[in-house]
Design a protein around this ligand. Structure first.
Ligand code: NAD
Ligand code: DAU
Length: 354
């Protein structure tokens, strides 16, 4: 048995690979383009593990995807690959259109051609799981109920618009061609191996470096936080038992304003790595210009996945954020390589002889 995942060198994809191989003997094919966000150093523990087959390439490369499907005959494809950072999508949206929309379309085409030629049993057993975001639903005002799966799509950034388009394509491939798809829409993840351009890892690494902690606008924007391993377990559960054509919202019931998150990170660092001069990390918090079109609040109603599939997060925010801060303290080398760009040479140095 084999699964093929895309984007498995990124934050969530790599956590998924590590988690999957910790509990399965199935072969895992990992297709990743290795953009700036792809970091094979995260998967260095799998270097000699024959169950992990890495292929560098683009999900928009139909021929490459077709050849991987023919060669490995996976029972499932899980699509993590995307451009994922909202601020980057505001500065340069083109890559988001290319990967998130055109890339997902080409991937779907390759999968559809492969799937339609499978024997009946193979067809029935096959799954295409698309990993998406709560941002497709737009922004909530204070007091509005959390997003359910039937909430209208109202994406507000080039990133969320491109993810919304990809969700629609996935839905259309089920409706039109009968492709056995599943979609998950998850809230903000945090945890180990998170690229320090995103809020939580940025705050940890800047705090430790004595740099300003840049909070956009008034810092009262609300996000709903989920520990990354809980997202991985939700994806496994949906893959295993989800109803074809359905979408499942995934979240941790952890709505928090950004400023509270930053203060929590600072307080944990004060406890775990107190500064020599006795000053508090929170003194580094700085208010900066707001993100254009900044969504005010996201909140996920995760009751469908709990009711229908029995999934619930294992971590509370308090336990997950403590583990996360501790992980960054314990892995200064990973952080240093990401910051210096040295992780990009990992493939050449580690796999040169392969
Ligand atoms: P990430 O940016 O850390 O990783 C993305 C990975 O995809 C990288 O390894 C990159 O090299 C790869 N990639 C990019 N373009 C590619 C292409 N054209 N072909 C093949 N590989 C390509 O992203 P992440 O935070 O791990 O997010 C993974 C998925 O989960 C995305 O689809 C994202 O929209 C979704 N998501 C993320 C969050 C979150 O909080 N991070 C929450 C909900 C959903
Ligand atoms: O909701 C799910 C989404 O969460 C995913 O789909 C995206 O891929 C992921 O990047 C994330 O998007 P956000 O924009 O919510 O995450 P980010 O970490 O960029 O920002 C979180 C909040 O913190 C947001 O309100 C903006 C704010 N922020 C962010 C940064 C990087 C700051 O105030 N300062 C910062 O420096």
């Amino acid at each position: 048995m084999t699964i093929l995942i895309t984007g498995g060198a990124g934050f969530i994809g790599a956590n998924f690979v590590l988690d999957w191989l910790a509990q399965s003997s199935e072969l895992l094919i990992n297709l990743d383009k290795l953009t700036y966000a792809g970091n094979l150093e995260t998967l260095s523990s799998l270097q000699d593990d024959a169950r992990h087959v890495f292929a560098q390439g683009d999900i928009a490369d139909t021929e490459l995807v077709a050849s991987l499907l023919v060669k490995h005959q996976p029972r499932a494809v899980i699509n993590f690959a995307a451009e994922s950072h909202v601020d980057r999508s505001i500065h340069s949206p083109e890559d988001f259109i290319q990967t998130n929309i055109v890339g997902t379309f080409r991937l779907l085409e390759a999968v559809r051609h492969h799937w339609s030629a499978l024997p009946d049993q193979g067809k029935a057993d096959f799954r295409f799981l698309h990993v998406s975001t709560d941002e497709v639903y737009g922004s909530l005002s204070a007091g509005e109920p959390a997003f359910t799966e039937t909430h209208a799509y109202e994406p507000n950034s080039p990133y969320s618009a491109s993810k919304a388009a990809s969700d629609h394509l996935v839905r259309a491939y089920h409706h039109t061609y009968g492709l056995p798809v599943l979609t998950t829409n998850c809230s903000n993840n945090y945890g180990p191996y998170h690229f320090p351009e995103k809020l939580i890892p940025l705050m940890i690494v800047n705090a430790l470096a004595g740099k300003p902690l840049p909070v956009y606008g008034d810092g009262m924007q609300v996000r709903d936080w989920l520990y990354v391993k809980d997202h991985c377990s939700a994806i496994r559960r949906v893959l295993e038992a989800g109803t074809l054509g359905q979408t499942y919202n995934v979240g941790g019931w952890n709505e928090k304003p950004n400023l509270e998150i930053v203060h929590t990170v600072c307080a944990l660092l004060d406890e775990l790595r107190p500064k020599a001069d006795g000053r508090r990390y929170a003194t580094q918090i700085t208010s900066v210009k707001d993100r254009p079109g900044h969504d005010r609040r996201y909140a996920i109603d995760a009751s469908k996945i709990e009711r229908e599939l029995g999934w619930k997060p294992a971590e509370t925010f308090e336990s997950g954020i403590r583990k996360t801060v501790q992980w960054y303290l314990d892995h200064p080398e990973w952080v240093a390589h990401v910051q210096s760009g040295a992780y990009r040479e990992w493939v050449q140095t580690q796999y040169a002889a392969a």
